[in-house]
Design a protein around this ligand. Structure first.
Ligand SMILES: [Zn+2]
Length: 77
């Protein structure tokens, strides 16, 4: 261990990367009961923050997704 920099684990390859070199990505996970009746159907959305290393971020198109997310956010407001 060296330095004070916090390291995070890449969600894709499991490598430990310094936070400044990692790509943060908000992953939306939804899980629910899948019932047809909307009155009883329960659905949860969980936003989990995951980190990818630069190479996995590139490989998985995270940068593109982040750009799209930013564009969507701008459209909403
Ligand atoms: Zn990785």
């Amino acid at each position: 261990m060296r330095g004070k920099e916090q390291s995070v684990t890449c969600d894709s390859c499991g490598r430990s990367v310094p936070r400044s070199k990692a790509v943060a990505f908000q992953k939306a996970i939804s899980f629910g009961t899948e019932l047809r009746d909307p009155a009883t159907d329960v659905r949860f959305f969980e936003r989990r923050k995951v980190y990818y290393c630069i190479s996995c971020g590139k490989h998985r198109g995270i940068f593109q997704k982040l750009k799209e997310q930013a564009a969507r956010r701008n459209r909403e407001y």
